[in-house]
Design a protein around this ligand. Structure first.
Ligand code: 1PR
Length: 549
């Protein structure tokens, strides 16, 4: 197999990139010191986390001159995500840190006054003047996850000979991909962008992208006179697999009714809906935009010994090229031999096995209680802070398991209430949402507004918003809960629990500002496929990504 070199300068999830490169027919060799850069022909710089963290690691290890020499020698070079950002001079994220300075320009943060930041999801990378740049296609969608972007100004980069593909999020048009000569840089993650992303990687690896570019060199006069600012972000549909060991000791996908995963029959055995790796692949092929695994009984086991979940991730990431999230048991713990293992170390094991994000449940509730108890103080030692510092906030999801608590009047509790259209058993017109831990087994005196605002302050990048009252009911999402949380935070929110048919997805996207919606039981029971949900949404005029085979 021909070889592609990857720069190994920082801990991060590069397993999916390795898998994607192998999928397009190349083997990966690692570059582990600046001296080794010279042996690379095709070199990829994967970018993870913060601009400053990435660039200062590169600088302190002495990589920058070696990278510039590789590029100056005309050898193929590709930067991904922060790897694209690195080609500019600097970023507002870390103003004191310099980029590779191949291009003048400063990255800016997305404006979060009217939309969620980070920008997470599937968006365009379209280049009206050079539609074939590295096999990027105008109708395809690519997976982005970032808070900083280079704003697109028509003609600016083209006048320096760059071909530029753009995307628009919430009225801000930014650079999605850049190419010139031997250089390709993508703000999106090709390794997470399904078949559309694999095409881009293939065009880089086999040189066809650079050759096509050379025969269609961009000219300043080709730059669009005005911006194409049409919004490209799709409605994200996520498939979730709750995984646990059944009574026979097999790891199975299960699904509860209000978190009770045992059959209603006398046997009370754990409901077994299938094999995790096979089901994840099926959902990927149906067009799921992400796949989430929740290890729902992790609090009983020591997760460090929980090798089957690591194995599930490794095997899934070989065939599923969309983002994978893993939740359950991400917290400081003590291994069976008495060794202390930090939440960061556990998360690292999951990232190395193919996860793109980790989801934290119970531990986030305890951390939020301490945050509020200490007068909204950040101590820097929580799992959320440590993992988001190392891997970026987009890698940290907080999974919330709330339960309704009804009250007769708005001021009957200190908690943030909503006036509900579904009154309580005694006709109560208000409710608040109490956070729970250990899979709903313990209810705490903390509401969802307190929890989500605390974890946002700690650096969480996204909220996975379940609802125990709605879970498994097929009665639709809890729109009142989702609206309350969306108003409380600026990070993206994934609506979860209650989806029973495609109309429920339409409802949650049209009646709330949720950033994504997740389904479980309706997919597992084969009542609907993910594709049917997406076809239905498309029919109703909502933008979705369709699976490219
Ligand atoms: O607390 O950090 O160890 O994480 C445990 C994780 O496991 C949490 O994310 C928690 O939500 C999850 N969990 C724990 N117990 C259960 C259970 O069901 N007994 N599952 C559980 C949570 C909720 C969703 C579900 C949606 C959609 N499952 O993932 O998929 O409700 O279902 P539906 O569309 O069929 O209605 P920690």
């Amino acid at each position: 197999m021909p070889t592609v070199h990857l720069l190994d300068y920082v801990a991060g999830n590069v397993r999916s990139l390795v898998n994607a490169i192998e999928k397009v027919g190349y083997q990966v060799e690692w570059i582990r010191s600046p001296e080794e850069v010279v042996k690379a022909d095709k070199l990829i710089l994967p970018g993870v986390g913060h601009f400053g963290h990435c660039l200062s690691q590169l600088a302190s290890a002495g990589y920058l001159p070696a990278l510039r020499a590789h590029i100056d020698a005309g050898k193929p070079f590709m930067g991904i995500c922060v790897g694209l950002q690195a080609v500019f001079s600097s970023s507002a994220e870390d103003p004191d840190c310099s980029g590779l300075q191949l291009l003048p320009g400063v990255l800016e943060r997305f404006d979060d006054s009217t939309k969620a930041v980070p920008h997470i999801g599937w968006n365009n990378a379209s280049c009206p003047t050079n539609p074939a740049i590295y096999d990027l296609r105008p109708d395809s969608k690519y997976y982005y996850v970032h808070s900083y972007k280079y704003p697109y100004k028509p003609g600016e980069l083209e006048s320096h000979g760059w071909a530029v593909a753009t995307a628009t999020y919430g009225g801000e048009t930014f650079v999605g991909a850049l190419a010139k000569g031997n250089i390709l840089a993508t703000q999106f993650h090709p390794e997470k962008s399904g078949v559309a992303g694999l095409r881009v990687l293939r065009a880089f690896c086999n040189g066809s992208g650079a050759r096509a570019l050379a025969s269609n060199l961009p000219r300043a006069a080709d730059a669009p006179a005005s911006l194409d600012a049409s919004e490209g972000l799709t409605r994200r549909v996520i498939a979730c697999l709750d995984v646990r060991t059944n009574d026979q000791g097999d790891l199975v996908v299960t699904k509860g009714d209000q978190y009770d995963v045992r059959e209603k029959s006398d046997s009370r055995s754990v409901r077994n809906l299938g094999k995790p790796v096979d089901m994840a692949r099926r959902y990927y092929e149906q067009g799921a935009d992400e796949v989430t695994f929740l290890n729902i009984t992790s609090f009983r086991d020591c997760p460090v010994a929980d090798l089957p979940m690591l194995e599930i991730l490794k095997r899934t990431s070989e065939t599923v090229f969309v983002p994978l999230t893993i939740g359950g048991g991400i917290r400081d713990t003590v291994d069976v031999d008495g060794t202390k293992v930090s939440a960061l170390e556990i998360a690292t094991m999951y990232f190395k096995s193919g996860a793109d994000k980790v989801s934290i449940g119970s531990d986030a509730v305890i951390a939020a209680e301490e945050y509020h108890g200490g007068g909204k103080t950040l101590f820097g030692n929580t799992a959320i802070e440590q993992i988001s510092k190392a891997y970026g906030n987009q890698a940290v999801v907080v999974s919330v398991d709330p339960k309704r608590v009804y009250v007769p009047k708005q001021d009957a509790t200190r908690h943030a209430t909503v006036k509900t259209k579904t009154p309580g058993p005694k006709g109560e017109e208000y409710c608040w949402y109490a956070c729970t831990i250990k899979g709903g087994r313990e209810t705490r005196d903390l509401d969802v507004v307190e929890l989500t605002q605390a974890v946002e302050a700690m650096g969480a990048g996204e909220i996975l918003l379940n609802c125990i009252d709605k879970d498994g009911t097929n009665s639709g999402f809890d729109l009142e809960l989702i609206t309350q949380v969306k108003q409380a935070v600026r990070i993206p929110v994934i609506a979860s629990s209650g989806a029973g048919n495609p109309g429920h997805f339409q409802e949650v996207f049209e009646e709330t500002t949720t950033d994504a919606a997740l389904g479980a039981g309706m997919f597992h029971r084969s009542e609907y496929t993910v594709q049917q949900v997406k076809d239905f949404l498309a029919d109703k005029g909502l933008v979705v990504r369709q699976f490219e085979g």
